[in-house]
Design a protein around this ligand. Structure first.
Ligand SMILES: Cc1cc2nc3c(=O)[nH]c(=O)nc-3n(C[C@H](O)[C@H](O)[C@H](O)COP(=O)(O)O)c2cc1C
Length: 343
């Protein structure tokens, strides 16, 4: 199972549910946990918005005792604001606090946050030092291989992070300028792993258990994050557990199981956000869950028009007797998620 310790936090597995802005809310995390995910992150939270007490920011923090252990990810570039955010988060007793130094989105890097922090390693080190002093939970940082091909400084940044007292480094093996395109670079993750004493968690192109084994063996990293690979496929965690235990892969879920999972996800979404918003949140998942279903197009359009839980539930019910194209791989690649605005 490859247990993992991040400072005082002890995890039984080495596949973590990655932070995904606009996606990794409470219902999504709970669905993945039901299928074996042992650790999850909240959506990225702006430290500034939190300090300004925005209602939306606080709703992102919807908590549930089944949703543990749980890490919170902050984005910010001001030490005082980040430390105040950590103070405000204290009552939530998160198990880990991560700083996002990886987000490539223009609106984030444009204000010096996310991956922009990699362009100023000394500043990033100062921020992390302040966060470590302010937090009772272990602090981690998520980085990329660098800003672009001419500035692959992950090694320097990771070493500085370790010096600042962080307890693990998560590294997405692409540069900021690569966004989510091309293939993940294992070499940079391996380099960082070799240089650090703290755990290194690899991120990028984990779409199946095979990719987990490949990431672990090619980089020597201690754990991986599952990001796009879990969209519509929480069963990936069962598959990863089986692969790590040397067991044969579990059977691919049939329409019945997928529909039951969708219904549960929809119910949790509506219970949390109310009918209108809950359905809006769930719609994108409907598309991911129903990959490979025969003649799904008209039902997808119908699902996108639904206004009530009952209407959507009726469509999900109809899908139970549907068939899945056996030729359609359950494990899709990065190109299947093109157009998905990442962070
Ligand atoms: C829609 C989307 C949202 C994301 N949001 C975040 C985020 O909030 N914080 C973060 O650190 N990474 C975020 N990421 C990056 C993922 O956590 C992960 O590092 C990246 O997708 C590479 O893994 P993958 O190739 O297995 O998907 C996001 C990615 C996508 C596609």
């Amino acid at each position: 199972m490859r247990p993992l310790s991040i400072g005082s936090l002890h995890l039984s597995g080495c596949a973590l549910l990655a932070p995904l802005a606009g996606i990794s809310d409470l219902p999504y995390r709970l669905v993945n946990r039901r299928h074996g995910c042992g650790f999850a992150f909240t959506e990225m939270i702006s430290a500034r918005s939190l300090v300004n007490d925005s209602r939306r920011t606080l709703r992102m923090l919807a908590l549930d005792r089944r949703d543990r252990p749980l890490g919170v990810q902050l984005v910010g570039s001001d030490a005082q604001v980040l430390c105040r955010a950590i103070e405000l988060l204290a009552p939530f007793t998160f198990d880990l606090v991560d700083l996002n130094a990886a987000c490539p989105a223009r609106k984030v890097v444009g204000v010096g946050q996310g991956a922009a922090l990699m362009r100023d390693p000394a500043k990033l080190e100062r921020l992390l030092r302040a966060m470590v002093a302010a937090s009772t939970a272990p602090v981690t940082v998520k980085i990329r291989s660098g800003w672009d091909a001419s500035s692959r400084n992950a090694l320097e940044v990771a070493q500085r992070a370790q010096d600042a007292g962080v307890q693990a480094v998560i590294i997405h093996g692409r540069s900021r300028s690569q966004g989510y395109g091309g293939r993940v670079g294992y070499d940079v993750i391996a380099q960082v792993k070799q240089a650090l004493a703290i755990p290194v968690i690899g991120s990028g192109d984990v779409f199946s258990a095979v990719h987990v084994l490949e990431m672990l063996s090619r980089t020597g990293c201690d754990a991986v994050t599952v990001a796009r690979g879990a969209l519509g496929n929480p069963w990936i965690f069962e598959e990863i557990q089986a692969a790590l235990a040397g067991e044969p892969p579990p059977r691919r879920p049939g329409p019945d199981q997928i529909c039951a999972c969708m219904q549960e996800h929809l119910d949790m979404s509506v219970d949390l956000y109310g009918e209108e918003l809950g359905i809006k949140h769930f719609r994108k998942f409907f598309g991911w869950y129903t990959r490979g279903f025969y003649r799904i197009r008209p039902l997808r359009s119908a699902a996108f028009q639904c206004r009530t839980r009952a209407e959507l539930a009726a469509i999900i019910d109809r899908l139970k007797s549907s068939r899945i194209d056996p030729g359609c791989s359950f494990h899709l690649g990065p190109s299947d998620y093109e157009g998905l605005a990442g962070c």
